[in-house]
Design a protein around this ligand. Structure first.
Ligand code: NAD
Length: 493
């Protein structure tokens, strides 16, 4: 008969600690070194399975997104399911091309020779994702990791538990469990994972935790991609189609997870005299989108958790913004809802202007002339995205050339992340590295330089004993001076 201790041991769920993480990485590494994940066949079969997984599970995915965020089905489909399907289809279509070594030019110093850049998988990689687009932010990097031939562990966010457990279940059902794993959990589990030696870490989330991730990676010299956030500004000029601009801004702010998006407009800058008309137009669009009672609109996501609700409430309750709310401001903790809220002329040192908002609050800052907005943006940390609405060619050029941001969009917001031919990522405080499309494949590939030489044409001039004549010849060769080469070879002065 089993002792009491044995019974206790067998009924206690196994914790995912450092020892378990170590075993997991060893298991994946032992399979990775067999070369299993490197073949085109393995990569494409896994990508096909992933696509099938998403196609077959659309209802379960929408349900999980509704449970975690009350995300409307339309947003779930456009911003998560369709994005993943497109990403997967593109990888499947282009995989052979991406995997091909890229020919590179050589020079006289290595003549005769040829060279190429070979993309090789890093090895065993870790993807840590965030809660706001819990399908997209988890599966999109995994597509890049698989396409590049890596073994991969995904750690989804504990703040979106329905999606986290759905992903764990679906990955087990559809993907190669010997090299693609999901570890669910929060800080202790992530800490256990971060103690291990990884060949690449891809982290999406806030800058504070990014520093923890980077410090852990530094212990093993592991390269990282950090997909972070920040305060993405929208500069609004006055010579624009206001209805279209207000519709796009309102949709990018409140129609994308109710502001809980890394590229959501964080604040608007406009001129003092244009602010009233812009505000009227934004209010008008809000009523069109969500009706007179937005707190009960089925088209608006809720705030993800009571912690995030309290964080947003703190931004609103800050004494420095008292009296600045000009639209919205309703909050209901029981339903975790906050209505679309606009604030005008908030002080620069208020919490709402110093912290990333990541919710439905939109402050408007006014400046004397529109060009001052560029200076305002540049006086702060480099944002993940910067947006400009204008018809002026010169202002567009000034904005693109003078603002350092992860990405820039002119006359719209957030849409750049749907274009898979341009990289998506941050700079400075908004992150490092990028992905999407081929950039995802590159993010998970080491670019190995390969030089091929034969045995003929072995120039004695490069070998000792070194002589002035050999040096003259080498200098002439590197300068590409035909005359110099002839002089050095034949001893003419
Ligand atoms: P989060 O709370 O889900 O955390 C992200 C991940 O970090 C989770 O998997 C979590 O378990 C892990 N984590 C949290 N604390 C940790 C710790 N102390 N040690 C180790 N791991 C830890 O997400 P979040 O950070 O609230 O996400 C919001 C932030 O992410 C915002 O700043 C937003 O702008 C940014 N974001 C960026 C992108 C992008 O693509 N650039 C996308 C979405 C969100």
């Amino acid at each position: 008969m089993a002792t009491e201790d044995q019974v206790k041991k067998s009924t206690t769920p196994k914790v995912f600690d450092s020892e378990a993480a170590d075993c997991l990485v060893k298991e994946l590494r032992s399979t990775f070194v067999t070369g299993k994940t490197k073949s085109y066949e393995w990569r494409s079969s896994q990508l096909k399975n992933l696509l099938k997984m998403v196609e077959n599970s659309e209802k379960q995915i929408c349900d999980a997104l509704f449970t975690d965020l009350s995300k409307p089905e339309m947003e779930a489909f456009i911003h998560e399911i369709a994005m993943i399907k497109n990403s997967c289809k593109l990888a499947l279509k282009k995989l052979k091309d991406w995997m091909k070594p890229e020919k590179a030019k050589t020079n006289i110093g290595t003549f005769p020779s040829s060279a190429e850049v070979v993309s090789e998988p890093f090895g065993v990689v870790l993807v840590i994702s965030a809660w706001n687009y819990p399908l997209l932010l988890s599966v999109d990097p995994v597509i890049g990791a698989i396409a590049a031939g890596n073994a991969v562990v995904l750690k989804p966010s504990e703040i979106s538990p329905a999606m986290s457990s759905l992903l764990a279940k679906l990955f087990r059902e559809y993907l190669d469990d010997s090299v693609i794993k999901v570890v669910e959990g929060a800080v202790p589990e992530t800490t256990a994972l971060l103690e291990q030696k990884w060949d690449k870490i891809f982290y999406t989330g806030n800058g504070k935790v990014a520093r923890v991730v980077m410090a852990a990676a530094a212990k093993h010299l592991t390269p990282v991609v950090l997909e972070l956030g920040g305060k993405s500004p929208v500069l609004v000029d006055s010579n624009i189609d206001l209805t279209v601009a207000a519709r796009r801004i309102a949709s990018g702010k409140w129609g994308c997870n109710n502001g809980q998006a890394c590229v959501a407009p964080d604040y608007i800058i406009t001129t003092k005299d244009y602010a009233p008309v812009l505000i009227d137009s934004l209010k008008h669009q809000l009523v069109k989108f969500f009706g007179e009672d937005p707190m009960n609109s089925p088209d608006m996501s809720r705030v993800v958790s009571s912690n995030h609700f309290d964080r947003l409430k703190r931004l609103l309750d800050d004494d420095k913004v008292s009296g600045k709310i000009i639209h919205g401001g309703q909050t209901d903790k029981s339903s975790l809802k906050i209505s679309p809220t606009i604030l005008l002329d908030v002080p620069e040192d208020s919490l709402i202007m110093t912290e990333e908002i990541f919710g439905p609050l939109l402050p408007i800052v006014t400046v004397g002339k529109i060009e001052d907005g560029i200076e305002f943006i540049n006086s702060r940390s480099k944002p993940l995205a910067a947006y400009l609405f204008t018809n002026k060619k010169q202002l567009k050029e000034q904005f693109v050339n003078n603002i350092s941001a992860g990405g820039v969009v002119i006359n719209d917001v957030t849409l750049h992340l749907m274009v898979d031919t341009i990289p998506f990522g941050g700079v400075g405080e908004s992150g490092m590295g990028s992905y999407h499309g081929k950039f995802s494949f590159d993010a998970f590939s080491h670019k190995k330089a390969v030089l091929y030489r034969g045995f003929s044409g072995d120039a004695p001039a490069r070998y000792p004993p070194y002589t002035p004549g050999k040096l003259r010849l080498l200098k002439a060769l590197l300068d590409g001076s035909i005359l110099g080469i002839i002089r050095a070879l034949f001893g003419f002065s």
